[in-house]
Design a protein around this ligand. Sequence first.
Ligand code: SF4
Ligand code: SF4
Length: 159
Amino acid sequence: MKEIYKSYLKDPNDAQFKKGMQQLRKRKKSLDKQFHEEHDRVFEEIDCLECANCCKTTGPLFTNQDISRISRKFKMKEEEFISEYLHLDEDNDYVLQSTPCRFLNEDNTCFIYDFRPNACREYPHTDRKNMYQIMNLTRKNASICPAVGRIVDKILESV
Ligand code: SF4
Ligand code: SF4
């Protein structure tokens, strides 16, 4: 990851950062506009191909639809795909057996980009509705995704 991107990452347990995020939650629905505007601005500045930290360190949940779509593309049976790539976590969700994600190419592109899991499409969730409901998740994601750290910084600076 580029050095400048590393500098955008947050410590999710930092007291001041936590307090800032709690204050943002109080803005309820008016928070969406700020998040969505900063999301668009920040993703013009940050290039995921120079980062890939989400694919290297976390990885998505795989829904039944994801499993069915991806295994079909691989011409594998779903059970084969599961046993080769996935395992059930403590919440009974299918997740990667290991990270970095095995579908991450060396140049940080995704080998299954066109049919990747829905969670990968939606990450880092900074352009969704009712952002105030996911401030804890966003705080955690700010320690993984430099774009989230940058978006949150810009919103907090404008308070
Ligand atoms: S979504 Fe965030 S963590 Fe993932 S590659 Fe893009 S900037 Fe990096
Ligand atoms: S499936 Fe693709 S986008 Fe999703 S974590 Fe793996 S490499 Fe990243």
